[in-house]
Structure formats: structure tokens, C-alpha cells
Ligand binder design. Structure first.
Ligand code: ATP
Length: 251
């Protein structure tokens, strides 16, 4: 089966400074890919290219090929609102809207014109169950999403994204602001979700990558050094730089 998302020769510059120097990475459906590497190597920059979040940053130049389901992600005709529904993003800090849980999860659906109560109720339950937070919030759907714990807020944000049925879920260090128990819950949620989605996660936590990712990409100074099955990369890395990074010699 062809990769759901294929990128070739991706270069990105902030002003005159090039931050990505020709990245080639393909992503399969029903899998988790981790992007790892030392601070500043370009992980978040690359991730943001995948749903055109870098378009929002002034003076950014992006070249290369991005094929999503075989279509050019950067075609001038691409509808960015639609694209970001299909390729949703979860951030480091949970960022629920200052509304109720119910309003958060139905936000995208209402924007898309869905207002039938029964349909919305069903989607709220489905998305919150998929995000493994239903049992914790089901009796308080009208309570502000901001009043829940950080881990619960993060899973509510995942549910908000799942409500609009994306194809790809991008996560930028989604557990780095969370305690170990909440982090473990998010990891379990992601492992369950990969049955239905393509998941791409930036993480500084090498144990996390080794626990949940099918494949791992190691980046260094804006270059892709190595991309392989996680089990292979963590036991027999092909490159010395990968081995040194995984062994804590830098980064
Ligand atoms: N908005 C921006 N404007 C200018 N330069 C930027 C911007 N965002 C990132 N950079 C630069 O691009 C390079 C890559 O940064 P990026 O945040 O993608 O790295 P990262 O690997 O995700 O780092 P971290 O792990 O610390 O989040 C860095 O040199 C960074 O300073």
C-alpha cells in the first residue's frame, strides 16, 4: 500500500536561514512514526510543514514535494481549513477552548454545518471514547474543559480533533507538560488510535519513541540522518550519529 503522506526534498528557510536541508520521509497509514533529535534540529519545523502551519509564519520559504493521498498538499487550490481537519495537530501545552467539553468536541462539526443534537451527541461520545477520556468527563460534559487536569485536557484536545475524522494526527511533544501517569495514558490512547489513523509524533523522550513508534526518524541540524523501524534503529542503528544520540553522547 502506498504511503498516505510522502515528502521529498523538503527545504525550509526562515528568512535567509535554512532550517531543513532536503528531507525525504514517507508515512504509512495505521502506524506511529516518531521524529527524534536534539533541540533545534528541525523536528517541529518539519511537522508543521505537514499541515501547512508554517504558512502562518512570515518570511518562510518552503520547497519540495508533499503528496497527501497522491495530491499536492501545497497546491494553490488546497483549502487550508479542510486540510487541517484531515491533518490535525496536538500541541505541547493542552489548548482546549474556554468552553465546555461538549462545545470543544463539537466545535469543528458545527463549523462544518452539523447542528443536529442527536448526531452531535453521538460524535461527542465516539470521539471522547476514542480519546480514552469519556469515562472521566461523561458526567460533566457541560463543565469547562479548562477545569480538567492537564492530561484530561490533552485527551479532550485529541477528542476535538478526532470528532472531525482526520486521516493524520500530528503531535508535537504532547506529553512533555504532563505527569508520568497522564503521559502513559496518552501513549496508550495513541497505540489504540493507530488502528485507524496515521500518527506522527515529535518527542524528546526516547523511551516514549521506543514504546509506541513503529518507525523512527532521527534528525540532526536540519537533516534526516536515519529512518527505520524503531526496533531496528534502537538496537542496530546504521549511522554513528544515531548511535551516539541514542546513547546520550549529545543532545
Ligand atoms: N519561527 C521561527 N523563526 C525563525 N527561526 C525559527 C523559527 N522556528 C524555529 N526556528 C529555527 O529553526 C531551527 C529548527 O527549530 P525547530 O523548533 O524546528 O527544532 P526542534 O527540533 O523542533 O527543536 P525543539 O526540540 O527544541 O523543539 C532552529 O534553529 C530554530 O531556532
Amino acid at each position: 500500500m502506498p504511503a498516505i503522506l510522502q515528502t521529498k526534498n523538503v527545504h525550509l528557510s526562515y528568512g535567509s536561514k535554512e532550517a531543513l536541508h532536503g528531507i525525504n520521509l514517507d508515512f504509512d497509514d495505521h502506524s506511529i512514526t516518531a521524529l527524534i533529535g536534539p533541540s533545534g534540529c528541525g523536528k517541529s519545523t518539519f511537522l508543521r510543514c505537514l499541515n501547512r502551519m508554517n504558512d502562518l509564519i512570515a518570511n518562510t520559504t518552503i520547497t519540495g514535494s508533499f503528496q497527501f493521498h497522491g495530491q499536492d498538499l501545497y497546491a494553490p487550490t488546497t483549502n487550508l481549513v479542510e486540510l487541517r481537519k484531515q491533518i490535525g495537530m496536538v500541541f505541547q501545552q493542552p489548548n482546549p477552548f474556554p468552553f465546555s467539553v461538549y462545545e470543544n468536541v463539537t466545535y469543528g462539526l458545527k463549523l462544518a454545518g452539523h447542528h443536529e443534537r442527536k448526531f452531535l451527541d453521538e460524535q461527542v461520545e465516539r470521539a471522547l471514547k476514542q480519546a480514552a477520556v469519556w469515562d472521566e468527563v461523561k458526567d460533566n460534559l457541560n463543565k469547562s474543559a479548562m477545569s480538567f487536569s492537564g492530561g484530561q485536557q490533552q485527551r479532550i484536545c485529541i477528542a476535538r480533533l478526532l470528532a472531525v475524522q482526520p486521516d493524520i494526527i500530528l503531535l508535537d511533544e504532547p506529553t512533555s507538560a504532563l505527569d508520568p501517569i497522564s503521559s502513559a495514558q496518552i501513549e496508550e490512547t495513541l497505540i489504540t488510535l493507530k488502528k485507524d489513523y496515521c500518527i506522527i509524533i515529535v518527542t524528546h523522550n526516547l523511551q516514549q519513541a521506543s514504546r509506541i513508534a513503529d518507525r523512527t526518524a532521527f534528525m540532526l541540524n536540519g537533516n534526516l540522518v536515519e529512518y527505520d523501524l524503531t526496533s531496528k534503529m534502537f538496537t542496530q542503528p546504521a549511522k554513528q550519529d544515531t548511535s551516539d544520540y541514542l546513547n546520550g553522547k549529545f543532545g
